[in-house]
Design a protein around this ligand. Structure first.
Ligand code: SF4
Ligand code: SF4
Length: 108
């Protein structure tokens, strides 16, 4: 989900929490859909899928990773990092949950 804060792990080389989106777990609030449309990125708003709690969520690949994960330079970087979702921004890099994701995906 690739949050950022000083002294936190480098999200753009990690991407562990972006690989946990199976079954619509990485939710996308309505304000993100509106923001992307205002930015001329309606394609992002249209690419979501049904998520938990009656919300929408980032669509995922067959392996469960968010469809926006992976650039030409790095398979673990978010393609839309500057305009990524609120859920992604709010997820705290360096938090216990972040470190658990990193352990699960063998990042550390
Ligand atoms: S939009 Fe980017 S930061 Fe958010 S889950 Fe997808 S790949 Fe990760
Ligand atoms: S698991 Fe932590 S370090 Fe890795 S991308 Fe997510 S928030 Fe960033």
């Amino acid at each position: 989900m690739q949050a950022d804060s000083p002294d936190s792990p480098d999200c753009l080389s990690c991407g562990a929490c972006c690989r946990t989106g199976h079954d619509g777990r990485i939710l996308v609030p309505p304000e993100d859909l509106a923001r992307w449309r205002e930015l001329g990125r309606a394609d992002l708003a249209e690419a979501v899928q049904a998520g938990h709690f009656g919300c929408v969520a980032f669509a995922t690949r067959m392996d469960g990773a968010c469809v926006h994960l992976g650039t030409e330079e790095c398979a673990n970087a978010c393609q839309i990092y500057e305009i990524r979702g609120t859920t992604c921004r709010d997820f705290e890099a360096g938090s216990p949950q972040c470190l658990e994701f990193r352990r699960d995906f063998g990042v550390d």
